[in-house]
Design a protein around this ligand. Sequence first.
Ligand code: ARG
Length: 266
Amino acid sequence: MRIGTKWFKSLALVVGVGVLLAGCGSGQQTSGSGSSGGAGDKVYVVGTDAAYPPFQVLEADSKITGHDIDVMNAIAEAGGFKIEWRNTGWDPLFDGLDKGTVDIGISSITITEDRKKKYDFSDFYFEANQLILVAEDSPVTKLADLKGKKIGVQAATTGEEVVKKAFGDTYEGLKGYDDMPSSVDDFFNGRVDAVVGDNGVIAYYAKKNPGKKFKLIQDESFAKEYYGVMVKKGNTEIMTKINDGLKKIKENGKLQEIYNQYFGNK
Ligand code: ARG
């Protein structure tokens, strides 16, 4: 019974959304230090694009894990506020902040002047840079050598920005993907000649695919990038708490401990 099934599905969806809003859906994870009564009970929704290992990872049981998840949980704990995780994806994370359905974004987001026009950032919690992934036997040794080649990036990221800066906004060879894994898959399948992206993630995929022959290149034009926690511009109340928590975990060694856990034995 087609209509009946559809009707049932939409009912299930409505019920599902209700459960999500109540904050106890199966994909939800709540954490942070508990405090009872008043404003302390507000649970902030943290959005992330959980397809960015080892920073944000979606596990088989739909639990979100990774470096940034540990960092944000530690910030909330130290800052004394509660959070709940939502795997939004990359573009919808920014939309969610705009619309107010997401309170906080952490997703290896580079602090950029452009983003600062619409969002406020915490102090940085991670230093990164772009890397180029190419075949081991490729003659490419720098970004300029990619001219004329097909380059995969995650759309609307700083990886895309460096490619546009080098070859123009309408560069034909530029392929923007919704998520990072799709660009890397296309590289390993030979559909793009190179991928440009954050070093931690590119290095992760390189390590995961030891049988494949490729190399990693850092162009001298690639500037240092700093990841920050992002909120909608003007949301100073939560930003104060975030920076307070971040300062504490920088001082007590927790941030370093998390770093070592993910990147310590490279
Ligand atoms: N750091 C880069 C940027 O801010 C890429 C971040 C992508 N993060 C993600 N979870 N896909 O543009």
